[in-house]
Design a protein around this ligand. Structure first.
Ligand code: ADP
Ligand code: MG
Length: 139
């Protein structure tokens, strides 16, 4: 097992509902370490660039609207097998299908407003971490 880093975003719905702390508790309870964190209100351009892989999907416009509607918390997480393990901590994209105890089950509203983002592979994690954190901002 390798130590990996992954990119997490606490999405606008979860920040609005005052559940930043609850989500970070689940992250820490899973032995994932917060290596860098910041709160920011994404611009349309920043959200479009981050989700560029989804630009042909029918929900792209809705996703960009949602992600820019209020601030998010962006974090770089580190741990053994962190990419897959954080996906497991988040649960399925649709909170209705997410397992009990997962972030999306506890805090997500629906398939669009699902409380959190996590990178899905090594390559996307590298792109996404670099998108938000210059190397110097990660200790
Ligand atoms: P995940 O975030 O689990 O990796 P995807 O990469 O498929 O899921 O989608 C990215 C994000 O786009 C989702 O987390 C969700 O916010 C939004 N999304 C996905 N599917 C839909 C949909 N059918 N309708 C609206 N928004 C969606
Ligand atoms: Mg994805």
């Amino acid at each position: 097992m390798a130590i990996e880093r992954t990119l997490s975003i606490i999405k606008p719905d979860a920040v609005e509902k005052n559940t930043i702390g609850g989500i970070i508790q689940l992250i820490e309870a899973a032995d994932l370490k917060v290596k860098a964190a910041k709160m920011m209100h994404l611009t349309k351009r920043q959200a479009q660039g981050f989700y560029a892989v989804h630009k042909e999907r029918p929900f792209f416009g809705e996703l960009v609207e949602f992600m820019t509607r209020s601030p998010v918390v962006v974090m770089c997480l580190e741990g053994e097998n962190a990419i897959q393990r954080y996906r497991d901590v988040m649960g399925a994209t649709d909170p209705k299908k997410a397992a009990d105890g997962t972030i999306r089950k506890k805090y997500g509203a629906n398939i669009g407003e699902n409380a959190s983002h996590g990178s899905d592979a090594k390559e996307t994690a590298a792109f996404e971490i670099g998108y938000f954190f210059p190397g110097l901002e990660i200790s």
